[in-house]
Design a protein around this ligand. Structure first.
Ligand code: AMP
Length: 416
């Protein structure tokens, strides 16, 4: 069918959308507590932003971007992630010049990557992300990690593993890259094709290659953590001890590199049932790289689809309001017509109300009230209408009373 949705995209239908709304609401509430404000940036940006911001050697930029020419022959790209856009907005609107720093931002929205779709991996997916710009103190790293953890806890998720590492500053890395290349040189030709090209451009990525052969060949490779500068090591230790003081458990994973080029020092991932729910880290050179002043930054992004899968895995019952306050059962032409007005008045008064629109029988209308989990049913026939009354049935107790139409709203509300 011509009108199917594109591969790797999803419709979020009623019944599911309430879960999304709950996740988004939780994200907003947690961000508020951490005094983190929302930013909304365009869904597409100049391609160059991601080439420069995310990094030319990343999988995302090399092979996953939705890039197109617009009618003015500009190269534009549907955003594959949120950090580059948030930092671009921070620089472009000179948020860095505001007196209160750091600038704490969050975003929620769709991202686009041309990947092979599978469970938990889509071409349009959604992220909730946080970026804190303008502070390099390790307590900020710990706070950002704690924000993510608080979000997961508030959703009702348990059994989430936090893995952290330090990928070092550029100073630490220059030396370490040479050490790593020398170590891997004898086995270079045996690595997978991707890793062979990573060898020259970004050898650290070889360490988190998922190909079994590469995993075996890199066993015993020197680790970044053993080659950090004193400053980087102290920073990492401070982040760890803040996390301990928060009671947040973590595992150090010296092989975690993350797939984006901009990370420096702290890198972290939240993992549930073998799948990465969220990834993030510090990116101290990025603001400058995107034309801003020299200002540090740190952030993370949670995949909302992955959070939903985790909620399902852990059988979390979400606090989603179900049902409606009132269903109108109207019988007879005059009553039908009058119920249209009464229904509107109820809604204006703040009552969640609905009715039958298809001229169904009394029995079918009562069934509809049940299906919609109506807490009260207002029954109005032509006779009642002539007497200026309606019957109100409490669906929980089964009790039914006759109420003057003039007092209907008040009565219904007093029983809500
Ligand atoms: P990244 O921006 O690659 O660090 O990804 C951050 C998080 O976004 C991941 O941990 C996933 O939860 C989610 N994510 C990334 N790519 C996809 C995708 N193609 N489909 C669904 N979720 C994704």
């Amino acid at each position: 069918m011509m009108t199917n949705r594109p591969r790797g995209t999803n419709d979020i239908l009623p019944g599911d959308v309430e879960k999304w709304q709950f996740i988004e609401k939780t994200a907003r509430e947690v961000c508020r507590r951490f005094n983190t404000a929302e930013v909304r940036t365009p869904v597409f940006e100049h391609t160059e932003l991601f080439a420069r911001g995310v990094g030319e050697t990343t999988d995302i930029v090399e092979k996953e971007m939705y890039t197109f020419q617009d009618r003015g022959e500009r190269s534009l790209t549907l955003r594959p992630e949120g950090t580059a856009s948030a930092v671009r907005a921070f620089v472009e609107s000179k948020l860095y010049a505001q007196p209160q720093q750091p600038t704490k931002l969050f975003y929620i929205g769709p991202m686009f990557r041309y990947e092979r779709p599978q469970s938990g991996r889509y071409r349009q997916f959604h992220q909730f992300g946080v970026e804190v710009l303008g502070a390099s103190d390790p307590s900020v790293d710990a706070e950002v990690i704690a924000l993510a953890m608080t979000f997961f806890t508030e959703l009702g998720l348990n059994d989430i593993t936090l893995e952290i590492n330090s990928v070092g500053s550029p100073e630490s890395r220059t030396n370490y890259r040479d050490v790593l290349r020398s170590h891997l040189h004898p086995v270079k030709e045996e690595l997978c094709a991707d890793c062979q090209s990573r060898y020259d451009r970004n050898p650290m990525r070889i360490l988190d290659c998922k190909v079994d052969k590469c995993k075996t060949l890199t066993q015993g490779a020197p680790e970044m953590l053993d080659h950090l500068t004193d400053t980087d090591r102290e920073h990492f230790q401070a982040v760890c001890s803040y996390l301990e003081s928060f009671g947040i458990n973590y595992t150090v994973n010296p092989r975690m590199v993350r797939g984006l080029d901009y990370y420096t020092q702290t890198a972290f991932e939240f993992i549930e049932n073998g799948s990465t729910l969220s990834g993030g880290g510090r990116y101290n050179g990025l603001v400058e790289q995107l034309g801003g002043p020299e200002m540090p930054g740190i952030g993370f992004a949670v995949g909302i689809e992955r959070a939903l899968i985790a909620l399902q895995n852990q059988q979390v019952e979400l606090p989603i309001a179900k049902g409606i306050d009132v269903f109108f059962v109207a019988l007879g032409e005059a009553a039908q017509q009058h119920s249209v007005k009464l229904l509107h008045e109820m809604r204006v008064a703040g009552i969640v109300a609905d009715k039958d629109y298809l001229g169904k029988s009394m029995k079918a209308q009562m069934k509809a009230a049940d299906r919609l989990s109506a807490r009260q049913v207002v029954i109005l026939g032509d006779d009642e209408l002539a007497q200026g009354v309606a019957n109100v049935k409490d669906m929980e107790t089964g009790e039914q009373i006759t109420v003057p139409l003039a007092e209907l709203i008040e009565k219904v509300q007093s029983n809500m």
